[in-house]
Unconditional design. Structure first.
Length: 572
């Protein structure tokens, strides 16, 4: 039953004391009346007012809802520094709110992105009152922020626009044209990546602290949960992410670590939903974005799913009907939901396609090499050049749609600076579901560079649908924790294992296209190929990388595609 607005009460300016004396401010929505109810908490750096609609929704369905400003944001005291304060403040917030007369002592959490990350931080030292978390698109420091693979993201600095003061700065953040112009200025003048925050007019101590810690630094490990903390989890969890969610890697890292370290009882109560959504869509799905479109079934009412989940956990309701198994995932092309007991159970076959020459090189989309099930024999390797002083890719990117997954301008502009491989037209449709793995054998004449590989479906009418990308810094090819310079001229094995999860029915007549290139973008830190500290590399030290890719019998470069077990579908 949905309560009328006249039965909604709002408590303004609720002050929540932290252990160090700082007070956070919350807006509390609750059903009118003396009876206490379970409470849903969201701790956000994006200003409590931004989630007004969620507070209104849940309070009209029988729950109290507290929208809490993070430290240093909105009307809360203190200074926001990101990541480091979240665990203690989550515990203090949940514990204090649970004792208020309008709360019956049972607390759940809600929220996505940083607000999802806050839920995982709070569970590190779980307060007794916390009965469930529902993290959507949860970022994980050191996994998906501030890096893509091992390459720093410019968007992390843009994010600081939202959180660098007490106000929201939403219009400034949303000015895509202005932001890209600042990124292009840094890129075209070959300025150090660490100066982008100052160049953008938002010098940030928090960003500078992040930049000081390279990928896989122990600093980032401390931001996550330890194996012991995962083992101690004893409450139900619902994880939500999307095929095109910018924080999918973070959300699934939490999930997989819990699957690895959690108790059997806790694992059995951790459910996962992966929809055909981008980052905002993990809270409010849309059928169309980035040039893509999906079926009506993709529009899951996530407010309703949350509510039914809270009813199940907090008020002895039944499990949400939508959760037919522990993993729910949507298959574009079929436009239906499938389900499985685990991520691993989604696929029952690995289809391997080997990279093959075409006799004329693989230097553009029209003279592409092949992707074939036929095992390789002797062949002449392919090669491309990455010159970090080449500004053409950035000039193209400067005016491109920032969220398009169908734009082929980059592929069409390849001119000796990437390699392209494509399959034959698909004769029988098949469903890919899971995590693609790419193994490449390559040699370099520089000690380091950053690779970026992308996999797309090219439809029968020539359109592109980006399926996923993976990044790898050459010095981390053997270990995520121990960098090793690439031995110049030696053939090394590079394994790309951080493709995002995706599912898709590949249509008859479509082809798969693989593009291998180096990162040369206004939106990522630029590697000048010297093998030194990238943030300190000088433009005059820049080295041109000559990359050779091998695909012979002794160096079987290949892509491994997980094919969905069939049938797993148990209804729409």
């Amino acid at each position: 039953m949905t309560l009328p607005l006249s039965d909604l009460e709002i408590l303004w300016g609720v002050k929540i004391p932290m252990r160090d004396g700082v007070k956070l401010q919350a807006t509390v929505y609750r059903p009118k009346g003396p009876a206490p109810t379970p409470l849903i908490v969201a701790v956000t750096p994006y200003i409590a007012d931004s989630i007004h609609e969620r507070g209104r929704y849940f309070s009209r369905h029988g729950y109290a809802f507290a929208a809490v400003d993070c430290r240093g944001r909105g009307n809360s005291g203190g200074t926001f520094i990101g990541h480091e304060q979240d665990a203690e403040e989550g515990v203090d917030t949940v514990s204090w709110l649970a004792t208020q007369p309008w709360c019956d002592g049972r607390v759940a959490m809600w929220g996505g992105s940083y607000v999802g990350q806050n839920q995982w931080a709070t569970i590190k030292d779980r307060p007794d009152a916390l009965k469930t978390i529902v993290p959507a698109a949860a970022a994980h420091p050191g996994i998906d922020v501030p890096f893509a693979g091992q390459t720093a993201l410019a968007d992390e600095i843009r994010w600081s626009i939202l959180v660098n003061s007490r106000t929201a700065n939403r219009f400034l953040y949303d000015d895509e044209e202005l932001w890209r112009e600042r990124c292009y200025e840094l890129y075209s003048h070959h300025l150090p990546f660490s100066t982008l925050d100052t160049l953008a007019g938002i010098p940030s101590q928090m960003i500078q602290e992040d930049i000081r810690h390279p990928p896989h630094d122990p600093y980032w490990k401390e931001q996550g949960l330890s194996p012991e903390q995962y083992r101690a989890i004893d409450i139900p969890i619902l994880t939500i992410t999307g095929h095109y969610d910018d924080d999918q890697a973070g959300a699934l890292h939490y999930y997989r670590q819990h699957m690895r370290h959690g108790s059997p009882e806790a694992i059995a109560r951790h459910f996962l939903v992966i929809g055909p959504w981008d980052h905002p869509g993990t809270r409010t799905p849309e059928r169309e974005f980035g040039g893509l479109s999906f079926g009506e079934a993709s529009l899951v009412d996530l407010n309703d799913l949350h509510r039914r989940w809270y009813d199940w956990v907090l008020t002895e309701g039944s499990r949400p009907e939508f959760l037919k198994d522990r993993v729910m995932y949507y298959v574009p092309g079929e436009e239906r939901w499938r389900h499985a007991p685990s991520l691993e159970a989604m696929s029952d076959e690995i289809r391997t396609l080997f990279l093959r020459p075409n006799g004329g090189g693989a230097g553009d989309v029209f003279q592409a090499g092949g992707l074939s099930a036929e095992e390789p024999e002797e062949s002449t390797p392919d090669s491309f050049i990455y010159n970090p002083l080449d500004l053409r890719p950035g000039e193209l990117e400067r005016g491109a749609d920032p969220v398009s997954f169908t734009d082929q301008r980059w592929a069409m502009a390849i001119d000796g600076d990437a390699l392209v491989y494509r399959s034959e037209a698909v004769a029988e449709e098949f469903v890919i579901a899971g995590f693609v793995k790419l193994v490449l054998f390559m040699s370099l004449d520089v000690p380091d560079t950053d690779f970026r590989v992308s996999l797309s479906e090219i439809t029968a009418d020539g359109g592109q649908i980006l399926l996923g990308e993976s990044f790898l810094r050459a010095r981390y090819r053997n270990s995520r924790w121990r960098p090793e310079p690439a031995p110049e001229g030696e053939i090394c094995r590079y394994v790309f294992e951080d493709f995002p999860f995706f599912a898709r029915r590949v249509a008859r007549g479509s082809r798969l296209r693989l593009v291998v290139r180096c990162v040369n973008s206004i939106l990522y830190e630029k590697n000048y190929n010297t093998g030194g500290v990238i943030g300190e590399e000088r433009v005059e030290d820049a080295r041109v990388a000559h990359v050779t890719l091998y695909h012979d019998a002794d160096h079987a470069s290949r892509i491994e595609l997980p094919l969905a077990a069939d049938p797993l579908l148990q209804g729409e």
